[in-house]
Design a binder for this molecule. Structure first.
Ligand code: UGA
Length: 443
C-alpha cells in the first residue's frame, strides 16, 4: 500500500474523520505528508491514535499500520498545518436540502482559529455541498483572500474501495476562488498520475452532483428496463451485457436490482432536485430516478408474495443488510425498506450480513440476527446485498427472491430475480467455435 512518493511535504489537517475524512487523511499520509485529524468524537480519536480504524473499509486498517495520523479533539491544532480539508458530513433533510451543521460549525471554528495565523493557509471544502454553497455560505467566513485560500475539491471515493480510489483517482477536480488557492492544491496533488481539472467553486460542486446523479440515473434506468423485461420473460442482465459492449454506453452501473442505497447517491440526487426546485425548475428526470428507486423494494415484496401470499407468521430469511458489499454501512440500505415492509406484513425476519449486523441492530433491535445458513432455513429467502459469500451457499430446496443477482441462487427450487428469472440466455462466442460445431454437420 505504501506509495512510491514519500518525500516529506506540507502539513495537512483533516476536519471530520468519517469515511471521506479518514480516507483523505490516511491517503495523504501514504503520500508522505504529516496529517493531523480533528474530530469531535473522543472514541474515534482514541481509536485512530491507537492505529485502529473506527470503520470497516478495505485496506484502511493495513494502511493505518503503515502510517500515523495524529488525531485530536483540539481544533487549535489546525494551526500546525498549512492546508485544512473540511470533511464533515452533509446529511439530507426531509425536503432533500442539506443539513450543513457539520460544515458550518467547523468553518466558524476554523475562521476563528485562523485569525491568529500570519502565514498563508488553504481551506479546502471536500464535503459534498450543493452548487453555490461554498461561495454563499463558506467564503464569507474567510474574507482575507491574500492570507486564506479557498478551494472545493470533491471526492469520488466509493465506500469499500475508498483508499484505492484515493490513491488512483479517475480525476482530480479543483474548484478555486483564485489562482493561488488552485496552485497550492494543484501542487499538493502533483504526485497523482491522473487528469486534473481546474475550475471555479460552483462548477466543481456541480461536477460532483452531476456525477452521482448520473450514476444513480443509470441504475434507475436499468431497473426500469428490468421491470419491463420481467413482464416479457427477458433477463435484464443479458440486455445490460449486450448494451455495455457499446463503448458509448459501457458496462458499469448497469447492475439491476433492489436499487441504490448508501449515504451518497440517494441524498445527492434529492439535494440536486431540491436545489433545482429552489431555482424554479422541476427536475422530472431526477425525481423519477428517486421514485423508481423507492419502488424497487416493494417489487421484491410483490415477487415474494407471488410464492408466499400470506406473510403473517412466516419466517423470511434476509441475506445482506449493508447498502453494498465490502462495507458495514447500512445508511439508506435497501434492506431497511424491505424489512420494514416484511414487518408490516407481520413476517418473522431472520437476517444475516457478514459485516453490518451490529449497525443494523441499532435500527432494528428486535429482528433475529443469524448465520447465513440459518437465514436460509426459512419459508423464503431474500437476497439484498451481493456479498461474495452468498455465491457459495447451498440454495437447493429453497424459495429465493434475488435483489442482486447472485448466480448460485439460481439453484433454488423457486428462483425469482427482481428484473430477471432463471432464464439467462446470452453468451459471447467466437466464430471459430461455431465453425468447429458446423463442420461435422455440413459434411
Ligand atoms: C458513490 C459514488 O460511486 C462515488 O463515486 C462517490 O464518491 C460517493 O458515492 C460519494 O459521493 O461519496 P458509494 O456511495 O460508495 O459511492 O456507492 P456505490 O458503489 O456508487 O453504490 C451505491 C449504491 O448503488 C449501492 O447500493 C449499490 O448496490 C447500488 N448499485 C451500484 C446498483 O444497484 N447497481 C449498480 O450497477 C451499481
Amino acid at each position: 500500500m505504501t506509495t512510491n512518493n514519500k518525500q516529506k511535504r506540507g502539513v495537512i489537517s483533516v476536519i471530520g474523520l468519517g469515511v471521506v475524512g479518514l480516507t483523505t487523511a490516511v491517503g495523504f499520509a501514504l503520500k508522505g505528508h504529516r496529517v493531523i485529524g480533528i474530530d469531535i468524537d473522543p472514541a474515534k480519536v482514541i481509536s485512530i491514535n491507537e492505529g485502529i480504524s473506527p470503520i470497516y473499509e478495505r485496506g484502511l486498517s493495513q494502511a493505518m499500520k503503515e502510517v500515523k495520523i495524529v488525531a485530536t479533539l483540539d481544533f487549535e491544532q489546525v494551526l500546525k498545518s498549512d492546508i485544512s480539508f473540511l470533511c464533515g458530513g452533509t446529511p439530507g433533510q426531509a425536503d432533500g436540502s442539506l443539513d450543513l451543521r457539520f460544515v458550518q460549525g467547523p468553518v466558524g471554528q476554523l475562521a476563528q482559529v485562523l485569525k491568529s495565523k500570519d502565514s498563508y493557509h488553504l481551506v479546502v471544502v471536500r464535503s459534498t455541498v450543493v452548487p453555490g454553497t461554498t461561495e454563499a455560505v463558506i467564503a464569507p467566513n474567510f474574507p482575507d483572500t491574500e492570507r486564506i485560500g479557498l478551494c472545493v475539491n470533491p471526492e469520488f471515493l466509493r465506500e469499500g474501495t475508498a483508499i484505492e480510489d484515493f490513491l488512483n483517482p479517475s480525476r482530480i477536480v479543483i474548484g478555486e476562488r483564485d489562482d493561488k488557492s488552485g496552485d497550492v492544491l494543484c501542487q499538493l496533488y502533483a504526485g497523482f498520475n491522473t487528469h486534473t481539472l481546474r475550475t471555479n467553486l460552483k462548477t466543481a460542486e456541480m461536477i460532483k452532483y452531476a456525477s452521482n446523479s448520473y450514476l444513480a440515473t443509470r441504475i434507475s434506468f436499468i431497473n426500469e428496463i428490468g421491470n419491463i423485461c420481467k413482464g416479457l420473460g427477458i433477463n435484464v442482465y443479458d440486455v445490460a451485457s449486450g448494451m455495455g459492449y457499446d463503448e458509448r454506453i459501457g458496462h458499469d452501473y448497469l447492475r439491476a436490482g433492489v436499487g441504490f442505497g448508501g449515504f451518497c447517491l440517494p441524498k445527492d440526487v434529492a439535494a440536486l432536485a431540491a436545489k433545482a426546485k429552489e431555482l424554479g425548475y422541476e427536475s422530472r428526470l431526477l425525481q423519477d430516478v428517486l421514485a423508481i428507486n423507492e419502488e424497487q423494494p416493494r417489487k421484491m415484496i410483490a415477487l415474494l408474495k407471488k410464492h408466499v401470499p400470506d406473510l403473517k407468521g412466516k419466517v423470511i430469511g434476509v441475506l445482506g443488510l449493508a447498502f453494498k458489499p465490502d462495507t458495514d454501512d447500512v445508511r439508506k440500505s435497501k434492506a431497511i425498506d424491505v424489512i420494514e415492509e416484511l414487518l408490516k406484513e407481520q413476517a418473522q425476519v431472520k437476517a444475516h450480513d457478514p459485516q453490518a449486523m451490529k449497525n443494523f441492530a441499532k435500527l432494528f433491535p428486535d429482528i433475529e440476527y443469524v448465520t447465513a445458513e440459518q437465514a436460509l432455513d426459512s419459508d423464503a429467502v431474500l437476497i439484498l446485498t451481493a456479498w461474495d459469500k452468498y455465491n457459495r451457499l447451498d440454495y437447493r430446496g429453497k424459495i429465493v427472491i434475488d435483489g442482486r443477482r447472485v448466480m448460485r441462487a439460481e439453484e433454488a427450487t423457486v428462483y425469482e430475480g427482481i428484473g430477471w428469472g432463471r432464464n439467462g440466455y446470452t453468451y459471447t462466442c467466437e466464430s471459430s467455435d461455431v465453425m468447429a460445431k458446423l463442420v461435422p454437420v455440413l459434411k
